[in-house]
Design a protein around this ligand. Sequence first.
Ligand code: IMP
Length: 201
Amino acid sequence: MKRLVVATRNKGKVIEINALLTGLVDKVSGAVDFEDFPETLEDGLTFEENALKKARTALKFTGFPSLADDSGLVVDALNGRPGVFSARYAGEFADDVSNNSLLLEEMLNVSPDKRTASFVSVLAFVTPDGVEKIFKGTLSGNILFEARGEGGFGYDPLFLVEEFGRSMAELTLSEKNTVSHRAMAFKKFREYLEGKSEFEE
Ligand code: IMP
């Protein structure tokens, strides 16, 4: 594919996605590469709705095939919260510290066997020809009783990855990229593009 627009203002994300799609896309652009790129209100009740809404906005505005992602943490004992509200769990001005404190507080009396959770990443890909595809990656784990590790971001310090016996924040970036929800979603997207000759041009 010659060009793909990623519906995000985060330059770091665009660089990461560029690397994940090496050999399949000639040029990956982000929202900052276009003047007056519109904001999308992320008011969907599912990751799929939000990702699709962002991707459709980018397609409508740029005319290029567009990709958007939405991700978050789904905690079973909290009936799926924080879910689509992961970034704003502790309120409008929430940050990683306040979100993690609230999660620990809400999970205080939840026993070890009931602390299951998953990270979810959903990618929506839309094209001018009317293609609309969703790719989903999940990673199951457990919510810890206290933060561990300095790496990663978001809820990583509170998320125990069984396979490694370490928190997500204790994994190296390359370890995280072998198991993460985002890596799984991108693997599916790559496989899809590789199998579609119409996107080779
Ligand atoms: P977004 O999809 O970039 O809007 O991410 C939503 C929120 O989900 C982030 O602000 C984080 O709190 C959380 N989140 C998503 N992916 C990860 C991850 O890989 N590690 C930790 N937290 C994550």
